[in-house]
Design a protein around this ligand. Structure first.
Ligand SMILES: NC(=O)c1ccc[n+]([C@@H]2O[C@H](COP(=O)([O-])OP(=O)(O)OC[C@H]3O[C@@H](n4cnc5c(N)ncnc54)[C@H](OP(=O)(O)O)[C@@H]3O)[C@@H](O)[C@H]2O)c1
Length: 365
């Protein structure tokens, strides 16, 4: 780490939103300590070094106390200017069906690790009178989440926790930012086992680079909270503030219940797909889930109450503009995080690491 550049610590930085957030910080002159669990963190770190930043990868499973301690030990003695506590996983399916160990893994990572990391990092910042902590929350924090109930509850926890800390430290020189992405094109839904058989998993999603760019701005401005991403995410954030919980829960069911993916409709990107190249998502505990195969749900067949229909129409109207001019039917490469268009663009514009990673994986596969 250099003495002249500020330092950002980012968890869950090997892919998706965390990787793009790390890139934002690196491109804005920060050195990085980046964390994830798997070996692909090393290639993410190599890619981030191309920006000129010093990058220290720390592989640690944050679901465990030992993993949290290893990460904290890696920054001991360093001045962490920004800590982005971003690592998180989801878990789709009916609560009565999901494995209790998977439910617990969501809580261990999204909630317990976040609290364990936040305290020492925040203590050091408050003692110094400077620093920024960011939490990756979600628009899911604003609504009950049937068919991913533990995940939504974990994000409600993160959101409440972040807002409470923001108030506690408001006169200390430290800022707390929670940013709330909507559905974003990352490994998230595949790992949660929701990629192919839920409307939410199959629908068009936001670009993680856009989410990260907006999050970076919110963090450096010290904003308390920010809905990040497309108009669709912001519409969900606005709707989330005003609609009754019962309406949001019923609408969530229609997007997250297994079988609803078949009903995603034109412009959603959920067309007929080739089978996934790696046989499903890697779940909260790191195993690979099988996507699809669930029977068509009640939610897929019924239109819902008038207010649910308004909620869903708001969301799909905001999200239906397909920049590629296609009415659904994205290739499975795109739906798996590899955008062949962007990948083929080569020198024209920056390719995200996930494009390169997944295009590479799919080609190799
Ligand atoms: N994608 C969305 O639609 C969406 C929307 C709102 C909020 N979010 C939130 O955004 C955050 C990032 O998710 P993402 O969408 O970018 O998903 P992602 O592409 O799956 O990235 C998740 C990151 O977390 C890391 N991670 C997972 N388990 C870990 C563990 N036990 N210990 C340490 N690191 C671990 C992963 O690294 P490994 O591969 O090494 O495990 C990866 O770097 C999460 O908090 C998620 O809840 C996502």
């Amino acid at each position: 780490m250099t003495d002249t550049r500020p330092l950002a610590l980012i968890t869950g930085a090997s892919a998706g939103i965390g990787y793009e957030l790390a890139r934002q910080f690196a491109e804005h002159g920060y050195d990085l300590v980046v964390n994830a669990e798997d070996e692909r963190l090393e290639s993410a770190a190599r890619s981030l070094r191309e920006t000129g930043a010093q990058v220290r990868p720390v592989r640690a499973d944050l679901r465990t106390r030992e993993g949290v301690e290893r990460l904290l030990a890696a920054v001991e003695g360093l001045t962490v200017d920004v800590a982005a506590l971003n690592a998180g996983v989801g878990q789709g399916g009916a609560f009565v069906d999901t494995d209790p160990a998977d439910d617990q893994a969501v809580i261990d990572l999204n909630v317990t690790a976040t609290v364990r990391l936040a305290k020492p990092l925040l203590r050091a910042m408050v003692a110094r009178g400077a620093g920024r902590i960011a939490f990756t929350s979600s628009v899911a924090s604003m609504m009950p989440g049937p068919f991913q109930p533990v995940y939504n509850a974990s994000k409600s926890f993160v959101q409440s926790f972040a807002e409470a800390l923001g108030e506690e430290v408001r006169d200390t020189g430290v800022t707390i930012t929670s940013f709330m992405p909507g559905a974003t094109e990352t490994d998230f839904f595949r790992r949660a086992g929701m990629a192919h058989d839920t409307r939410m998993g199959a629908s068009k999603k936001d670009d993680p680079a856009q989410v990260a760019e907006q999050a970076f701005t919110a963090i450096v401005k010290g904003e308390r909270k920010s809905v990040t991403g497309s108009l669709k995410a912001k519409a969900m954030g606005a709707a989330g503030k005003v609609l009754p919980d019962g309406v949001k829960a019923a609408a969530h069911r229609r997007m997250a219940e297994p079988g609803t993916g078949k009903d995603a409709g034109p412009g959603s990107g959920a067309g007929p797909r080739a089978p996934p190249p790696r046989g499903g998502g890697r779940g909260a505990r790191g195993r690979w889930n099988q996507g699809g195969g669930a029977p068509a749900s009640r939610g897929a067949r019924h239109a819902g109450s008038p207010s649910e229909q308004v909620f869903r129409r708001t969301v799909s109207a905001a999200g239906s503009a397909d920049p590629d001019g296609r009415a659904g039917g994205r290739s499975h490469r795109r739906s798996w995080g590899c955008d062949p268009g962007r990948a083929a663009a080569g020198g024209r514009g920056r390719r995200s690491w996930s494009d390169r990673h997944w295009c590479g994986s799919v080609r190799r596969g």
